[in-house]
Design a binder for this molecule. Structure first.
Ligand SMILES: [Fe+2]
Ligand SMILES: [Fe+2]
Ligand SMILES: [Fe+2]
Ligand SMILES: [Fe+2]
Length: 399
């Protein structure tokens, strides 16, 4: 299936929501930076506003696997002491470049921590060598940090703080542009109001000139695969998990004689099934021992977050319950809803088998890795309990 412009923009928005759910801190950082950068671009780079908007939305996507998100380091000196932070612009740019039509946004992202005076990272670029889009993201990024200090700064306080960094972190021109943007039409009030930001974001997406999708070959499966990479980057034990679950799901669906269309649909849902895990703290995901009751409760929220993320993409709305149901059990003892038997969507029942099979056969901190033969024995043993008996029968044959 070819990607349509609307699907593309919704998918990118969902990707950035996923990032802001990271470690359960819904700070709307990416959204605010995107809204502000797009507004600034209207004055100096209107022809690139779409690329600037997506650059703002995705600028920190490479930081998703970091224990502490880059946005919590308000002291720039801290960045220079932490080599992982120093890498995040390159990581983000790399991921965004893979999305194809956003290659210019990727160049802006690469420069988003460069300083006008050459003291930024990763390359120590100086002055006009820094991509103008990158300069815009830099100041929007700084604004967001200033806007979140407690007690919050008013417009004058923000202006004073920005002016103090003018000429070193960013150019005087960019600083003036930011201040005039904030002063216009109550924009400062809007951008500091989280509810308003989440209303403005979809309005911008609706009005933006669409990304040019003709120049590159991108289909839904590829776009969703980028998503899966970001999900799996979250912690060390899930490398390749989403991709393998997608492959097993497709294989099972085909072996059950479902249509190609349905098999592909389930495959796409499988790529996204653990998207909500980004909201579960890394310390829980990577814990080498059994989870406490409280930790398990948090862990069990991840399919709910997955549903929240997928429902942002209208073209994927049929997949919400399928992806969100991958921890339901045939006997009704699963989560989040405790649905049972045929009340669980077929795609979710298939994915439950694929997901467990991969969890058993790959390295996890809390268990010994089983061979495929052993894992199939578990599937057979739990047939009718955890798993749909028809599906586990097929899985024993084809996985
Ligand atoms: Fe950043
Ligand atoms: Fe940022
Ligand atoms: Fe899961
Ligand atoms: Fe999973």
């Amino acid at each position: 299936m070819k990607v349509k412009a609307r699907f593309f923009s919704e998918l990118m928005t969902a990707l950035s929501l996923m990032m802001d759910l990271d470690e359960n801190r819904k700070l709307y950082h990416a959204w605010r930076v995107a809204v502000l950068a797009e507004r600034m671009s209207l004055k100096i780079l209107p022809e690139y506003r779409t690329q600037i908007f997506y650059a703002g939305l995705l600028h920190d996507i490479g930081a998703i696997s970091l224990k502490d998100h880059v946005i919590h380091y308000t002291d720039p000196e801290e960045h220079f002491r932490n080599p992982i932070l120093l890498n995040h612009s390159e990581k983000s740019a790399h991921i965004v470049k893979e999305i194809g039509p956003l290659s210019m946004a990727a160049r802006m992202i690469l420069d988003h921590h460069e300083y006008w005076d050459g003291k930024g990272y990763p390359k120590g670029k100086k002055g006009d060598d820094i991509h103008l889009g990158g300069q815009i993201i830099r100041i929007a990024d700084t604004f967001d940090i200033l806007a979140r200090v407690k007690p919050p700064l008013d417009l004058n306080g923000v202006k004073t703080s920005l002016s103090a960094r003018s000429g070193s972190e960013f150019s005087n021109l960019i600083c003036d542009l930011m201040i005039s943007t904030l002063e216009e039409d109550n924009f400062f009030e809007e951008i500091t109001d989280e509810k308003r930001v989440s209303e403005i974001l979809p309005e911008i997406i609706r009005d933006l000139p669409p990304v040019d999708l003709t120049s590159c070959d991108i289909d839904v499966r590829n776009a969703v695969r980028v998503f899966a990479q970001v999900i799996d980057a979250k912690h060390s034990y899930t490398a390749g998990h989403s991709e393998r679950v997608a492959r097993y799901t497709y294989k099972l669906a085909k072996a059950m004689d479902l249509s190609e269309e349905l098999a592909e649909e389930y495959e796409i849902a499988a790529y996204l099934h653990d998207a909500g895990k980004v909201a579960v703290p890394k310390s829980i995901l990577d814990k080498p021992a059994a989870l406490t009751l409280e930790e398990f409760k948090l862990m069990k929220r991840h399919p709910v977050y997955t549903m929240e993320i997928i429902s942002m993409v209208s073209e994927l709305k049929d997949l919400v319950l399928i992806a969100g149901g991958h921890h339901e059990r045939y006997d009704g003892r699963g989560y989040p809803d405790g649905a049972s038997g045929e009340n669980i969507p077929l795609g979710a029942r298939i994915m439950a088998v694929a997901d467990s099979f991969d969890a058993m056969t790959s390295l996890r901190p809390y268990q010994r890795t089983r061979s495929k033969v052993e894992a199939k024995e578990v599937l057979a043993k739990n047939s009718g309990g955890q798993f749909d008996p028809d599906i586990s029968k097929v899985a024993v044959k084809v996985l």
